[in-house]
Design a binder for this molecule. Sequence first.
Ligand code: GAR
Length: 200
Amino acid sequence: MKKRLVIFASGNGTNTQNVINYFATSQSVEVVCVLSNKKDAKVLERAKASKIKALAFSKAEMLSPEGLVMNLKSLAPDLIILAGFLLKFPEIILREYPNKVLNIHPALLPKYGGKGMYGRHVHNAVVANKETETGITIHYVNEKYDEGAIIFQAQTEVFPKDTADDVATKVHQLEYEWLPKVIEGIFGKQQSTINPSLNE
Ligand code: GAR
């Protein structure tokens, strides 16, 4: 039986596309559905174009036990990935899937995390603060924004001439490289790529 991935995203969805492409020919992992809180999000078009089930949901559905929770049960995910999902993930779903929801964050948490720190806001702050490095964090999701146990981080340099766009590009490259590998690691391969203390 293939491991079943469900992805939540709110916007463009280049990470989602990358994960879909990476596992498209996998014998062990499949993306079974992409869900978005925005019905016109590009990520849903991407999923459909890749022949992956694509669903939009309202905030009310997200918070109701009869809504998204029921939908997810029918999808039977082994892992839920938040790849640019910009709402707080509901506790009602977290309770159903302990240690099965992970988020990718475009900075080195605990720096540049918390409410309002997403996407471009993060890269603007990194440049404004003249950071010399930034990176990505892949972590489990808990009830607090960006505070769940860290699974993996990777760094990239920030140069004085870098704009927020430059930083975004570098961070995306790290995300494309590592998110699929960390997912594989969680499913039992390439254990060395993930935080060893979480493998015990
Ligand atoms: C990614 O960089 C991801 O790390 C970030 O949104 C971007 C989505 O890009 N997530 C957050 O900021 C969550 N706090 P994409 O739509 O091209 O995959």
